[in-house]
Design a protein around this ligand. Structure first.
Ligand code: SF4
Length: 225
């Protein structure tokens, strides 16, 4: 397996843990608000080889609790389950970020992860705006995670136009019965589609209204503003 980069320290990518973050190249989606588009759309060398990444992580083990694997979309890489098992064997806590479009790979990963964060980006009808032809795989992953085999969260970035109040009901229906949905503020800087850089993020009061809509459907709604 190879990576587009390694962030040595992050305090925000794993709940309550100090983590290193590995970025996998490539993505099946084309979210117009993507901030990682350089590695998602057309990843370029130099890549970090797996053995080098593991050596770097081992050398910094005393400073970090966990490794977060994010992208791009990690689960589009069939070697991912084997790589995560290696991290586990070496004693790391492991968190996996995913857009949910590869449920078979995700299922293979579950034995080796401590936490999964899945983006539920909008209601299923609007996924075509993100480049998805079909949402069946994404919905299958939601159902797998809801079984609670590993701790998980769903998360939605509140991108104006892509996530409206009406869409919030569709999102709530998708995650109905889940433990946690985190609502994240949209950052208009350096987006894949430059038009999104002109969008004004929702005001905190509006985000609270989103939370009110979703609250009856999930155990927790977290706000990340
Ligand atoms: S799924 Fe994530 S990495 Fe892929 S295009 Fe969307 S925001 Fe970017």
């Amino acid at each position: 397996m190879k990576f587009s980069g390694l962030q040595r320290i992050s305090l925000v990518d794993y709940p309550d843990k100090v983590a290193s973050v590995l970025f996998t190249p490539g993505c099946n989606l084309r979210c117009p608000f993507c901030h990682n588009w350089r590695i998602a759309v057309n990843p370029q060398p130099p890549f970090l080889q797996e053995t080098v990444a593991i050596d770097l992580l081992e050398s910094r083990k005393k400073y970090v609790d966990a490794v977060v694997v994010t992208g791009g979309e990690p689960c589009m890489h069939k070697e991912l389950p084997r790589f995560l098992a290696k991290l586990k064997e070496r004693g790391f806590m492991v968190k996996l970020d995913t857009n949910g479009f590869f449920p078979e790979v995700l299922e293979e990963c579950l034995a080796s992860v401590d936490y999964v964060a899945m983006d539920v980006k909008t209601c299923k009808e609007k996924y075509s705006l993100l480049g998805a032809k079909d949402t069946a795989c994404m919905i299958r992953t939601i159902e797998i995670l809801k079984t609670g085999k590993v701790p998980y969260e769903f998360r939605t970035t509140l991108v104006p136009e892509l996530v409206t109040m009406q869409d919030a009901v569709g999102i709530a229906e998708l995650v109905k019965g889940a433990k946690t949905l985190a609502l994240q503020q949209f950052n208009p800087a350096d987006t894949l589609d430059r038009k999104y850089q002109a969008l004004k993020p929702y005001a905190p009061e509006t985000i609270n209204e989103f939370a009110q809509i979703i609250r009856p459907y999930t155990e927790n709604v977290q706000l990340r503003l």
